[in-house]
Design a protein around this ligand. Sequence first.
Ligand code: SF4
Length: 215
Amino acid sequence: MMPKPDQRQDEENLVPVSALQHYLFCPRQCALIHIEQQWAENGATVEGRLLHERVDSGVPDRKRGVRTLRTLPIRSFALGIYGKADAVELHGTGSTLIPYPVEYKRGSPKPHHADEVQLCAQALCLEEMFGCAVSEGALFYDRPHRRTTVQFDQDLRDLTQKTAQKVQDMLAAGKTPQPVWNKGCKHCSLEAICQPRRLEKPLCVEKWFLENLED
Ligand code: SF4
């Protein structure tokens, strides 16, 4: 359920939409980036950055009669989030134009829902900003080079709202969770900073002494 208007937050307390995606990939990654301001690039992040640089010209365009707004600033006080939408197409005619968010992603569709939640967060921002229902959007993956349509159903809206709340709670607490090694770690650009295998379990004092005092 959406928060009531009296739960609106100050602009300074809004969290980035991108943090929701990071949180669903790994809460520790979200905290390292958004609490500790850590960042590192790997092949995937470089590819993603280059893809967005190509897309984010910020210039509105019109193709096949559909006007598209690029790099549109968005925010939702109800969810406490802000960010920029890669592309928002305006579907319909005259006074019945409906925003249709399109987010560009590197790679192919993923089994987790982070990309869908990021897109749904954009839709909820657009609904609040323009006072209209946004029921559908699309993710454009570069492999394969095509769109996947996303319906903003109640389950996805609930997951998006819960994730926004969890991110806000974590960032307000300012506490980075301990690492838990998982199969996503090998795709994580922060693995060298995070050190999940070394920090996952507390060091055994006896083992440390034996290893370090043997020399
Ligand atoms: S290396 Fe693994 S545990 Fe650490 S931030 Fe990345 S995904 Fe999370």
